[in-house]
Design a protein around this ligand. Structure first.
Ligand SMILES: [Zn+2]
Length: 187
């Protein structure tokens, strides 16, 4: 996962600042297939290759999630609305997205909600060990959304610069783009 500023990503990639999960340095390796992401625009994600393990990676911007055609901020709005008690039909109407798409997001997040809640609750303690315990909400779904928001607030207090990305972009970064996948990969 990389930042949304493609010029900055290119600079860091060429400067050898981006690392493979194995620890090796990444170098430019062409581009992935162009894709349109609603709410973000047309993207041509960068590919990179590791000089140590020779693995190749697609660099995904934190404004996106893996295999989702909508930006994470739009998806996050839907998750927040659901956590506040809204149903998928009014949410879809409000966001101007197909009902089936929104229902798919909500179901996918429901399936990963416990893993997300646990991951972000742990991260919250890492960011701010004086943070008050999170109030328990009406559902694991709502608890998970609450934990993401609390982490974003704690990250802003702790790191400042993270204020440049939204809570949902932080969530995309922390889960490696798998916020709506069953098992968010720790990163
Ligand atoms: Zn590697």
């Amino acid at each position: 996962m990389v930042g949304s500023d493609s010029v900055e990503v290119e600079r860091r990639l060429r400067g050898g600042e981006l690392r493979c999960p194995c620890g090796g340095g990444l170098a430019p390796w062409g581009h992935a297939r162009p894709r349109g992401v609603r709410g973000v625009g047309d993207l041509r994600p960068r590919r990179a290759r590791c000089g140590v393990c020779a693995g190749t990676h697609v660099l995904l911007a934190v404004s996106c999630l893996l295999r989702r055609a909508d930006g994470v901020d739009v998806i996050g709005q839907a998750l927040r609305a659901k956590a506040s008690g809204a149903g998928h039909r009014p949410i879809a109407a409000e966001l101007g997205r197909p009902v089936s798409t929104v229902r798919g997001w909500l179901r996918a997040f429901s399936r990963s909600a416990e893993a997300v809640r646990s991951r972000f609750t742990a991260l919250l303690v890492e960011l701010d060990w004086l943070a008050a315990p999170l109030p328990s909400r009406s559902s694991v779904f709502a608890d998970a959304v609450e934990a993401i928001g609390a982490c974003a607030a704690a990250a802003r207090r702790r790191l400042g610069v993270v204020g440049a990305v939204s809570p949902w972009q932080l969530a995309a970064a922390v889960t490696g783009g798998r916020l709506l996948a069953n098992t968010p990969r720790p990163s």
